[in-house]
Design a protein around this ligand. Structure first.
Ligand code: ATP
Ligand code: MG
Length: 469
């Protein structure tokens, strides 16, 4: 019996090939529990339930993608995906708490308690099938970018249309087997990130895969294999054709991966940062800016490691800060009033950035508040520090100012002052106020402010928030 099984497995293994085929020519290599060691108890309860329920309803269903990969690497999966031959409507009929999402490709979200599992129907890849021949592919743009990948397919096709071999493993909890069509298991063991199929074609189809390669290699401590890495530099400009909102999503994943600094350094080394993040083009070349950005990224990585939340708005505010500063300086030198110039600089930087990578509006507003509050840290007399302390965004703005002190952009004494000011009681706070920064008399407020500190002084008796935002 075991012999027979081994024989079958061996036969299957020998027919595994990385060549792309749209028939069912690829046979999976089946890896038993004894070899891979992932029992069904490792799965989240929802992933297990969804897979088993689908199977009991007569469909085939597997946990697939990042979760299988992470389990094999000893990492706790963030979320679970299930792949099945059931259509979205079939899946919807099996689970009461489920809803169909997505217009272009319809998926089903199945909810169990607080957990949600994403269920997708096996999909083929129309571009791969057709780009073998010389005929033009109507599902791709002129650069080869896939515009449509919404055709149902077989399980093999579903494996082949995925991005990397390590992301194309299927786990069947009922018999605890892993089905491997593309030698992804060997790649996991060798810590090798290998794109499925022809690298050139696959990056052209979806340039975001280049960013995913960088992120996954850093997150999983893997090497991108030579053939998969080679075309990246040349194809980097294709990222310009990707919708900005998609770039934002991928960039956010990268920045919150816990390996943001390593990723950004690698993006730069591979020439992927140009056009993607204009701030990186400029900033990483400037010693001061570099320190600031590096500190911000290190901070974010440390927080992810400590499982503390990281605010995307804070991170993007940090990444763009030196662009804002540079623009602010230009506008002030040209005679602009400091706070108006700051507002204009912020608007301009956000507008330029959004052409490349669309930062959602909800983050825009927070970023702008963090930036606009920076000059207010200079005002340490009168009631201004008290008002600043009460601002709902004080904590983020303070952390940001602290980063500026750490990077050498601001006098560290200012950071210490604010750190102490928050900590001590009411009478000590009064004693800390700088007398020479007390609010000026009313008539003095009329003069044109010279610096950001003057702005603080001059707006002391008004509500500085309304001046700034
Ligand atoms: P993580 O969730 O840790 O970021 P992941 O690999 O699970 O990594 P998801 O974005 O959740 O990433 O994608 C789930 C699966 O979908 C992947 O494992 C892969 O099989 C497939 N996939 C994701 N993005 C692409 C892509 N651009 N091209 C082809 N397949 C993709
Ligand atoms: Mg995932």
């Amino acid at each position: 019996m075991i012999r027979k099984l081994l024989h079958r497995v061996f036969k299957r293994k020998s027919s595994v090939s990385t060549s792309i085929s749209n028939d069912s020519g690829i046979r999976p290599h089946i890896i038993p529990l004894k070899q891979h060691g992932i029992s069904r108890n490792h799965l989240s309860p929802c992933a297990l339930k969804v897979t088993i329920d689908l199977q009991q309803a007569g469909y085939s269903a597997f946990v697939v993608g990042g979760a299988v990969r992470d389990l094999l690497l000893g990492i706790e999966p963030k979320d679970y995906d299930v792949a099945t031959n059931a259509t979205p409507e079939d899946v919807r009929a099996v689970f009461r708490r489920s809803r169909i999402i997505g217009r272009r490709f319809r998926l089903v979200h199945v909810m169990c308690g607080a957990e949600t599992v994403e269920v997708s129907t096996f999909r083929g890849n129309s571009s791969i099938e057709e780009s073998d021949g010389s005929s033009a592919d109507k599902h791709a743009d002129e650069h080869g970018r896939l515009l449509r990948d919404n055709v149902f397919g077989s399980q093999e096709e579903d494996a082949v249309r995925r991005d990397f071999t390590i992301n194309a493993l299927f786990y069947d909890p009922s018999n605890e087997e892993i089905w491997d069509y593309l030698k992804g298991y060997d790649d996991i063991k060798a810590k090798r990130l290998r794109i499925i199929g022809d690298p050139l074609l696959r990056y052209r189809e979806d340039p975001v895969r280049m960013l995913r390669a960088v992120r996954l290699a850093a997150k999983l401590a893997m090497q991108i294999d030579d053939a998969s890495a080679a075309p990246i530099g040349d194809l980097a400009p294709l990222l310009r054709n990707v919708p900005p909102s998609r770039l934002f999503d991928e960039m956010l994943k990268l920045l919150l991966s816990g390996q943001a600094l390593a990723c950004v350094v690698d993006l730069r080394a591979r020439g992927l940062h140009h056009g993607l993040l204009p701030m990186l083009d400029v900033i990483l070349e400037q010693p001061l800016g570099e320190r600031f950005v590096v500190l911000a990224l290190k901070n974010a990585d440390e927080r992810v490691r400590q499982e503390k939340p990281v605010s995307p708005a804070f991170l993007f505010a940090a990444l763009l800060w030196h662009e804002v500063l540079a623009q602010w300086n230009i506008l002030r030198t040209a005679g602009g009033k400091p706070m108006l110039a700051l507002q204009q600089a912020m608007d301009e930087v956000v507008a330029v950035q959004n052409k490349e990578l669309a930062i959602p509006r909800r983050y825009d507003a927070i970023m702008q508040e963090i930036w606009a509050m920076q000059p207010r840290f200079l005002g340490r007399g009168g009631r201004r520090p008290f008002r600043l302390l009460e601002h709902p965004r004080f904590r983020a703005a303070y952390d940001f100012m602290h980063l500026r002190c750490e990077s050498g952009e601001m006098d560290p004494e200012l950071g210490h002052w604010w750190e102490t000011f928050q900590r001590v009681g009411a009478s000590e706070r009064e004693a800390m106020l700088l007398k020479d920064e007390a609010p000026k008399k009313r008539r003095k407020r009329r003069r044109q402010p010279e610096s950001a500190a003057d702005v603080e002084t001059s707006s002391a008796s008004s509500d500085a928030d309304t001046v700034i935002t």
